[in-house]
Write a protein that binds this ligand. Structure first.
Ligand SMILES: *Cc1c(COP(=O)(O)O)cnc(C)c1O
Length: 454
């Protein structure tokens, strides 16, 4: 029997007293001017008063802040300490299986109560709402990752929570709905009869299975119509991305402790928040000329906003109620196919990620889902942990990078964000093993049709 070469530490854990105490706001360091959100009617930049019915003032300030660092209030730190600092892992078994000369590290965000990175911003949003007197939060959810994160966070800060869940997911993926109910949220299938938007759609098509766009409209209408209620969003916006930078702030400490710095940072992108959370603190060094780290955003071929969309002003939602955001988009009318990575089915992309990609700081790649599940299973069979289908997109890209490194005789350090575990997505794995997963790639004609209308 052979004995392995000296084992490397493959789990780098920070002490709970080492939790970062401030978020990094990349808006302070952008080497190009930002593009403000525009009012859909006037096409003028939106002001704080336009957003005040939906968000507490502190979050509106963060959205436009030029401060490089923002202190994390103590009650948010206390909430984050329920599962943070999160571990940084070295994927030595995957490295051996791939016979790669690359070093692969991942930041494990699956250990939060909801099982993903999303509670990092949910607890912050719940805190600021509570501090400003909000009694109740509304939101929309597709497969339920965001709804469950917000349900958990609102319970911690004693707020009521109302979740409009896309009807087809409500019926077909009941377990995250159950989690939301455990944490005391009210969950209704959308379209519902609680709002005008929902009632109108049900009158027109009684069998509507719903969509994220419809659910957003319901959640916004509910929040705008009640004095005690505000609205909460789980990705895309600047303040959400900033709350996620706690991931990268921790990861920098951990990589230093491991004596390694990443040559490439990888993450999957739906709205862009988990990728940004890991990447932005490392991008700070790249922007300031202190590193040459590469940044790779991974999207599904069924919803390829950065790789194939247009960089222009578009609505954040499907119906056209939100401000216009400058972003990579496939057009707000685009409803992605029902791929299993529900969290990556979004027509647009965070404006900050879009701008950084447009200026060459972020590269992007898109994969169809079968090859993504190949990577997910390879990861689970070496490292043990079963990734969420979203996370598996990042893993696909990491494996490809590691194999390329081997072929070129290079030994880069690769760091990726393990955005969530897949224990509530096992039906997707069943479909993969049954051979019923389909690969959908958008035709160029369809993309031209979608973005041509913008
Ligand atoms: C929601 C989600 C994503 C995608 O959202 P981003 O805002 O792009 O991070 C990725 N992974 C998991 C596990 C998710 O729940």
């Amino acid at each position: 029997m052979s004995i392995h070469a000296p084992e490397v530490a493959n789990r780098i854990q920070l002490d709970e007293r080492e939790l970062p105490t401030r978020w990094y706001n990349i808006q302070a360091d952008l080497p190009f001017p930002g593009s403000p959100p525009l009012h859909p009617a006037t096409k003028e930049p939106v002001g704080p008063q336009d957003l005040a019915p939906l968000f507490p003032m502190e979050l509106i300030k963060q959205e436009v802040s030029q401060e490089r660092y923002i202190d994390i209030p103590q009650p948010i730190q206390d909430a984050l300490r329920l599962w943070r600092p999160s571990p940084l892992m070295r994927a030595t078994r995957l490295e051996r299986e791939l016979k790669t000369t690359a070093k692969i590290y991942y930041k494990y965000e699956g250990g939060s109560p909801a099982g993903s990175h999303k509670p990092n911003t949910a607890v912050a949003q719940a805190f600021y709402n509570k501090a400003e007197g909000t009694k109740r939060l509304t939101t929309e959810t597709g497969a339920g990752q965001w709804g469950s994160a917000l349900a958990f966070a609102t319970k911690l800060f004693e707020l009521e929570c109302m979740v409009y869940m896309v009807r087809i997911s409500y019926e077909q993926k009941p377990y995250r709905k159950s989690m939301m109910q455990v944490w005391g949220a009210e969950v209704v299938p959308s379209p519902s009869d609680r709002t005008q938007a929902g009632r109108r759609i049900r009158a027109e098509s009684p069998d509507s299975t719903g969509s994220l766009g419809i659910a957003i409209s319901e959640a916004i209408e509910d929040a705008a119509s009640r004095e005690d209620t505000k609205y909460s969003l789980g990705s895309v916006l600047n303040h959400v991305l900033m709350h996620q930078t706690i991931i990268g702030e921790e990861a920098q400490l951990q990589m230093e402790r491991a004596g390694a710095m990443p040559d490439v940072v990888v993450g999957c992108v739906g709205g862009g928040s988990n990728f940004s959370g890991l990447a932005f603190p490392f991008l700070r060094d790249r922007i300031q000329g202190r590193s040459k780290t590469r940044f790779l955003a991974v999207e599904p071929a069924a919803s390829p906003s950065i790789t194939r969309g247009k960089y222009t002003y578009d609505f954040g939602d499907t119906i056209g109620m939100t401000p216009l955001l400058k972003m990579h988009t496939l057009g707000h009318a685009f409803v992605p196919d029902g791929i299993h990575a529900g969290g990556l089915r979004y027509h647009g992309m965070a404006p900050l990620v879009s701008a950084l990609a447009d200026h060459g700081f972020i590269d992007a790649v898109a994969y169809p889902q079968r090859t993504v599940f190949d990577a997910a299973v390879q990861f689970a069979r070496t490292e043990g942990t079963i990734p969420a289908p979203e996370t598996a997109h990042a893993i696909r890209a990491v494996i490809d990078e590691a194999v390329k490194a081997r072929e070129r005789g290079e030994s880069p350090t690769i760091l990726f964000n393990f955005s969530g575990h897949g224990l509530l997505d096992l039906s997707a794995y069943d479909a993969y093993f049954a051979g019923t997963l389909s690969d959908v790639t958008l035709s160029e004609a369809r993309i031209q049709e979608l973005v041509g209308a913008l």
